[in-house]
Design a protein around this ligand. Structure first.
Ligand code: ATR
Length: 288
């Protein structure tokens, strides 16, 4: 659709933003659903975040995504923050509701959708998360809010794992949390239903690394998820497949977090997963 006097704007703010693939996804979705909406990226200096958000209100933007390094900083300029986003302590999506800016975090939601879409359940499950950065925290909080029974955070810096475990047990009564190092032993996986890698081990420059000792024999029903999406089949995914385990690829979280943001802005629950993959392959973001 051509830009005209009624075109609405959604955007990404971050620093830098030049390598973002979000414009491909959201401009495709806007076209697909016939919306007079465009999506653009703005590189916002850290000391200009407040001005940018006031600009959203002044110009009547539909909403925005927020990326590094502004995910925490934006929270102080919002009128309201969704409960899970507030527990996570980071916002990646903002909706402008008639001049009130409301913050959400769709990272964990996107991850959980990718697991549910593969036919797996969260409720009552014992889940081990490798890594304790922002993605780990968003995923842990979302899993706890969906009724996981136990969340085990494993990370080399134990204090970071402990902070996430604390946020889980303080906010979700009845959810157990445990921490440990990344040195996973075969017996540590006994009783674990879902294993999730949120460390960069396995991604392009570290593609020969696996966050799990590959000689470990996993439990037969373990579901193995990696949030790394390049390469598509990481060492961890290959290890899981060599033991005939169910896997969830990183691409699922990537696409579902974007679909969830689009739904927050437009109210449209886009059924466009495969089409978005096609768009990202065509643009060279994903390998064919
Ligand atoms: P994000 O916020 O995107 O989740 P991050 O904050 O960089 O990413 O977090 C990555 C996680 O992977 C961190 O928990 C980090 O461990 P530390 O807390 O000990 O720093 C972990 N990580 C990063 N590189 C790693 C490596 N080479 N080996 C093991 N863990 C690593």
């Amino acid at each position: 659709m051509k830009v005209n006097a009624k075109t609405k704007l959604a955007c990404l703010i971050g620093h830098p933003v030049a390598h973002s693939f979000s414009p491909y996804i959201h401009n495709f979705l806007a076209e697909k659903y016939g919306l007079n909406l465009k999506y653009m990226c703005f590189d916002v200096e850290p000391d200009k975040v407040g001005e940018a958000l006031n600009g959203f209100k002044a110009l009547g933007l539909l909403g925005s995504n927020v990326t590094i390094p502004h995910k925490v900083e934006v929270m102080s300029y919002l009128d309201e923050v969704d409960k899970n986003a507030s527990i996570i302590g980071a916002v990646n999506t903002i909706k402008n509701e008639g001049g009130r800016l409301i913050g959400y975090n769709t990272d964990g939601v996107g991850f959980v959708k990718s697991v549910l879409d593969e036919g797996h359940e969260i409720k009552g499950k014992h889940i081990m998360i490798l890594g304790a950065g922002g993605a780990s925290r968003a995923i842990a909080i979302e899993l706890a809010s969906r009724g996981a029974a136990k969340i085990i955070i494993r990370n080399n810096t134990i204090s970071k794992a402990e902070k996430i475990a604390e946020a889980v047990t303080m906010n979700f009564k009845g959810v157990e949390a445990e921490v440990g190092t990344l040195n996973i032993k075969e017996e540590d996986l006994k009783g674990v239903d879902i294993l999730i890698n949120t460390t960069p081990l396995g991604m392009s420059s570290k593609k020969d690394l696996c966050p799990i000792d590959e000689s470990i024999i996993p439990p037969r029903e373990l579901v193995v998820c990696d949030i790394v999406y390049t390469p598509h089949d990481t060492k961890l995914i290959k290890w899981a497949e060599s033991h005939q385990l169910a896997v969830v690829h990183g691409i699922g979280m990537l696409i579902n977090q974007a679909l969830q943001s689009f739904s927050i802005w437009t109210g449209i629950e886009a059924e466009a997963y495969e089409e978005v993959i096609h768009v990202l392959k065509k643009e060279g973001v994903l390998e064919e």
